[in-house]
Design a protein around this ligand. Structure first.
Ligand SMILES: CC(C)(COP(=O)(O)OP(=O)(O)OC[C@H]1O[C@@H](n2cnc3c(N)ncnc32)[C@H](O)[C@@H]1OP(=O)(O)O)[C@@H](O)C(=O)NCCC(=O)NCCSC(=O)CCS(=O)O
Ligand SMILES: Cc1cc2nc3c(=O)[nH]c(=O)nc-3n(C[C@H](O)[C@H](O)[C@H](O)COP(=O)(O)OP(=O)(O)OC[C@H]3O[C@@H](n4cnc5c(N)ncnc54)[C@H](O)[C@@H]3O)c2cc1C
Length: 407
């Protein structure tokens, strides 16, 4: 075993499994069917201390590591992908960026919101800036002691249920000069009041899987954010995007872990069913065709788990970008294959909505897209392996040369 869990981690994993198997599992099918946010699960996780587990002790959390969070997430996702994703955003991504880069006041505010049961929303993607996130046009213009935000984000996980939002925007100073990309904290405590101040939730996407959590637009029209709520990483605005994305690597590992958990859950169902279902007068597990499928599933699960654990353990303070991207590509592609094969083991029953296999297959499909597509992450991996910048815009290399010449 490459990773020996500490006694505390074994306890944490056991607690997470108890909550997952004892409470979350029973509500997973209904969460998918109703497409309603599973507030009961959130309450149960909050009660167990699994929401905001990575928040430092001085701000009221357990001071857990990203590795600890991965243990929690895998257990939740094994039975319910949506709850796995909630555990990601309540421990990684936006909250981890605030806890690292925020002012005292920002940290206290964010910790209080999350520990009360909120899963923050991270608002990066725009209709015209998906993979090309640096082409975002949402602007934050300084005016006295506020920043005025204008723009539209879409596919924002939890928009409409989340209270804390970390909005990425292009920053301009009072003279209209561009400074870089930064983060802005918006607390949606009073929905109506915030709407009146130009921050509203737009239309919800009807999604293929992970249906219990909304994916919606976030629209900002002259929304004023106090300058005290600007999240400026230490390198300043011009390093803002790079440093915020560095924090985001934690969420990439988290997303990969949800994929792992879903696949692990599907595999466990398939293993049990193969021993129980009989055809030709014997258990289908006696057929070598299925034995090798089960063996391959376990091989892929082990590889993805090791890559994710390794990426999580590399955190200093955030997971290494290369390890995070490699682990997410491996886990997300593995989960599509493993859930599909697990469904196959069930034959027609797997295709029925009466069993969880079809839900797991739909849920697993997201992870080669959200959090950076598998294609874009491969380019990031290649860039770091080669030690080269690999600009993707047609004039990228010319722009790079001009920038170097100007420096
Ligand atoms: C980074 C990209 C948007 C490509 O854009 P560019 O080619 O314009 O940018 P780069 O020159 O590659 O990067 C600029 C700067 O940032 C640094 N960077 C970029 N990514 C990382 C990272 N992950 N970790 C650390 N640093 C990073 C990069 O090194 C550059 O810095 P230097 O100038 O070299 O010092 C594109 O590749 C990309 O990542 N697109 C995907 C966007 C994405 O992931 N969106 C996620 C939205 S949230 C979400 O989907 C939630 C779903 S979930 O399941 O949780
Ligand atoms: C369920 C779900 C939840 C999400 N949650 C959030 C969230 O909470 N917050 C948030 O900000 N965003 C979120 N997203 C958005 C997600 O980050 C984007 O979908 C993703 O970054 C890709 O952008 P896009 O969908 O616009 O695809 P595009 O960028 O339009 O890509 C389309 C296709 O082209 C390929 N492609 C694009 N550029 C390249 C390239 N240079 N090289 C090779 N191939 C390329 C892509 O891989 C993809 O196959 C979520 C998405 C999903 C599906």
């Amino acid at each position: 075993m490459l990773f020996n869990l500490t006694p505390e981690q074994i306890r944490l994993q056991g607690l997470a499994r108890e909550v997952a198997d004892g409470f979350v599992s029973a509500r997973a099918a209904e969460t998918d069917r109703s497409e309603a946010y599973p507030w009961d699960n959130v309450r149960e996780l909050t009660k167990a201390g699994l929401i905001g587990y990575t928040i430092p002790k001085e701000y009221g959390g357990a001071g857990g590591s990203f590795f600890d969070a991965v243990l929690i997430i895998e257990e939740m996702a094994r039975v319910c992908g949506v709850t796995g994703r909630i555990a990601v955003e309540a421990n990684m991504g936006a909250i981890s960026a605030v806890m690292r880069y925020g002012t005292e006041a920002q940290k206290k505010m964010a910790a209080g919101i999350v520990l009360a049961g909120d899963k923050p929303a991270i608002c990066i993607t725009e209709p015209e800036a998906g993979s090309a996130a640096t082409e975002m046009t949402t602007s934050a213009v300084k005016r006295g002691d506020v920043y005025v935000l204008n723009g539209k984000k879409h596919w924002i996980t939890g928009a409409g249920v989340s209270k804390l939002h970390l909005v990425f925007a292009r920053v301009f100073d009072e003279a209209g000069r561009e400074q870089g990309i930064g983060g802005f904290l918006v607390h949606r405590d009073d929905e109506k009041a915030l709407e009146a101040r130009g921050f509203r939730i737009g239309k919800r996407e009807p999604t293929m899987g992970l249906r219990g959590i909304p994916e919606s637009e976030v629209i900002m029209e002259n929304h004023e954010v106090p300058a005290a709520m600007a999240l400026q990483p230490p390198g300043g605005w011009h390093r803002g995007f790079a440093e915020l994305m560095n924090a985001y690597n934690s969420q990439r590992v988290g997303a990969g872990t949800v994929a792992l958990g879903i696949a692990q859950g599907a595999f466990e169902h398939a293993l049990a069913y193969a021993k129980q279902r009989e055809q030709f007068g014997r258990p289908i597990a006696e057929f070598q065709g299925l034995q090798w499928m089960l063996a391959d599933m376990s091989v892929q699960l082990s590889a993805a788990r090791l890559a994710l654990y390794n990426a999580a353990a590399s955190a200093d303070p955030f997971p290494d970008p290369l390890l995070a991207a490699q682990a997410k590509v491996l886990a997300s592609e593995m989960a599509i294959k493993v859930t599909t094969d697990a469904l196959q083991v069930f034959g027609a029953r797997g295709y029925s909505r009466n069993l969880p296999l079809e839900r797991m297959t739909r849920d697993a499909r997201m992870f080669t897209i959200g959090g950076g597509t598998a294609q874009v992450l491969r380019t990031q991996i290649a860039s770091r392996l080669l030690g080269w910048k690999l600009p993707q815009a047609r004039d990228g290399y010319q722009r790079q040369a001009a920038k170097l010449a100007a420096e």
